[in-house]
Design a binder for this molecule. Sequence first.
Ligand SMILES: Nc1ncnc2c1ncn2[C@@H]1O[C@H](COP(=O)(O)OP(=O)(O)O)[C@@H](O)[C@H]1O
Ligand SMILES: [Mg+2]
Length: 360
Amino acid sequence: MPVTLLRGENLRLYPQFRIEPNPSLNLIIGANAAGKTSLLEALFTGARGRSFRAASLAEVCGARGQGWHVFMETMEADDHHRIGLGWSREGVRLHLDEDRHARVEDVVRAVPMQLIDPLAHRLLDEGPTYRRSFVDWGVFHVEHRFLDCWRRYQRSLRQRNRALREKAPARAVRAWDEELSHSGEELNRMRQSHLEASSEGLKNWCQRLLDTEAVRCEWQRGWPADDSLHQTLERNLEQHQRLGTTVQGPHRAEMRITLAQSRAKGRVSRGQQKLLIAAMVLAQSEVLAASSATWPILLLDDFASELAADFQQRLAWALQQYPGQKFITAFEVPSAFRSGSPMEVFHVEHGIVSASPHLH
Ligand SMILES: Nc1ncnc2c1ncn2[C@@H]1O[C@H](COP(=O)(O)OP(=O)(O)O)[C@@H](O)[C@H]1O
Ligand SMILES: [Mg+2]
């Protein structure tokens, strides 16, 4: 669902800006500290209700006022949305179309958006939380039951853990096992079927980006393979009581990623990691498009970082194949994009954005 208009006010270094993006490819070009990432942040924050680089919405506020806001219009065929997100000391206001008190989840659902930035390697290098959220973001978009199921799981897990922490009698702990294992099994089924749905696509993208189909995302569901979650909870009750927490379940799931037999964590170069993550995002986006008929918007910050010329060429080619809308930042127009599909180039300088006609 492409963004056709983006406006912002008092966002970081921008007093205000207004751009009309291309439905396919947008390049955001500028020097260091010109405001490239801030534009991506405006898009991301508008679509996801949170920033990808600030812990709080307050940090996004510029120097010229007490608050900030971002406004977006999206359009695809007959589907049209208007989204407004405003922050001030009084609170946050989120509008979606006629709804003046929209929920973040409705906006996230309406405008699927995914980001690859220079910290994206954390998806491979750091703890399992990153991999679980990556998978869950996809499941959220393809399975309408996901959010409800995830919330039921989190609620019963919290309650069970509280009973464990407070050393409540075993029956008070067990009281949560039914709900926990029911929602947990369902959560796991949704995650696994989402991964299966994207595995062919992932191999294809890896072949084209990294010359190998040998990519594996092995899902470890968070409890032993032969047992139901209910049996696992029962069997390990004593251990959980001793530790004061539930140590098995989908909240402990992990995805082990290997590329050509090498563990993606630590054994694969940064440039390869970047292309592998691009392949994961592209494959997942295809699954979303197949189920919801809308292509997620991709944001790519610092296109060239970690990539020599041939890897840049490959990534540019892959992104040009991708039918959804793209926003890509770089210091200068990468030569890999100089020919090919129509695009819009936005030059940013000290918080001023100007559009220039596309180059060929
Ligand atoms: N909350 C803020 N208010 C005003 N200026 C800010 C704020 N946060 C960051 N900046 C300024 O914005 C600039 C960084 O913008 P950024 O979008 O990260 O640039 P780029 O990605 O082009 O390198 C820096 O000069 C920084 O001082
Ligand atoms: Mg930047």
